[in-house]
Structure formats: C-alpha cells, structure tokens
Design a protein. Structure first.
Ligand code: SF4
Length: 160
C-alpha cells in the first residue's frame, strides 16, 4: 500500500488549507484524489490536508491549495503564514475567489451592521470579509462551488 505522506525523493510538497467555509471543496478534492492520486504520487507528497490528516505542517510548501473566506483574525494569520511558506498559492473554489457568501456582510447597511457588531467582536471577525486574493497574493485560482474537477486537474498539473 502507498503511504501518501512519505517522501524520499524531491517531490512537490502540497498543502490543502481551509479558511471559513463549509469545506465542500476539500471534501470534493478527496474524490478527485481518489481518482488521480496514484498517478500523481511520484511527483507530490501531501504534507497538510485536514480532511484526511491531523498533522498541520506549514513549511517549505511548493503548492498550497486554499479554500474558504478570510473572515477572522485566525483566518488572516493562517493565510499569511501559508503565503510566506509556499511557492504557489491557489485559491480553490468560488468563496476563496469572491469572498461570498461570508462577504455578504460587507454590503450590510448601518442597521444590519449594528445587529452583528457584538458577534463580530466576540469571534474576532475582521471588519470586512476578504477573498483569498484580497488578503494575499495568489498565483492561480480554480472556480466552482465546489471546484470544477477538470479545471482543478488542469491548474494542479501545471505546478507538479
Ligand atoms: S466554494 Fe462552495 S463548496 Fe467550496 S468551500 Fe466554498 S461554499 Fe464550499
């Protein structure tokens, strides 16, 4: 049996990260990996992927795949850490690209904002929800909610 987390050769180090979202894209990604991973294993190792692995390592990444919206201080810290430690950062899924649906609150009027003010403070939410590319520099993106599998393969294979 293959151990997808071992690496004796120089394989591309891939991390999958989730910001605020329903994690639908990373769940969908497990389906894509089910079909394609055997063919990719000579070229990549997965060093972080919460859907299938507990250990979080944000270090010396070649490719980071990031889903979700930057809504909180915690998200901001994570995405900045990922950006510092990866060569290629790919925004994965519509919410990472557009900041919606969490970003709907960016268009709230004064009354609506007053209603959520305590909530934002309690959970250390940022004043504005940000897409991944508003928060940090991105190198590529994969649209879809969840991600389009053909587009994922096309983008991912450019970097491995
Ligand atoms: S793009 Fe859609 S499926 Fe993917 S994480 Fe966002 S809401 Fe979920």
């Amino acid at each position: 049996m293959f151990n997808i987390f071992s690496d004796k050769n120089k394989k591309k180090r891939v991390g999958v990260f989730s910001l605020t979202c329903d994690e639908g894209c990373s769940i969908y990604l497990t389906e894509i990996f089910n079909k394609k991973l055997l063919g990719w294993l000579e070229k990549i190792e997965i060093v972080n992927f919460l859907a299938i692995k507990d250990f979080v390592e944000i270090k010396n990444l070649d490719i980071a795949l990031v889903e979700g919206v930057v809504t909180s201080e915690k998200d901001k810290k994570l995405i900045e850490e990922v950006r510092k430690n990866t060569k290629v950062l790919v925004a994965m899924g519509t919410c990472a690209i557009t900041a919606l649906p969490s970003g709907q609150r960016n268009n709230f009027n004064k009354d609506q904002l007053a209603q959520i003010k305590d909530h934002l403070k309690k959970y250390k939410f940022l004043p504005k929800a940000l897409s991944v590319k508003e928060a940090v520099k991105t190198d590529d993106e994969i649209p879809g909610c969840p991600i389009d599998p053909k587009k994922f393969v096309e983008v991912f294979e450019k970097y491995i």
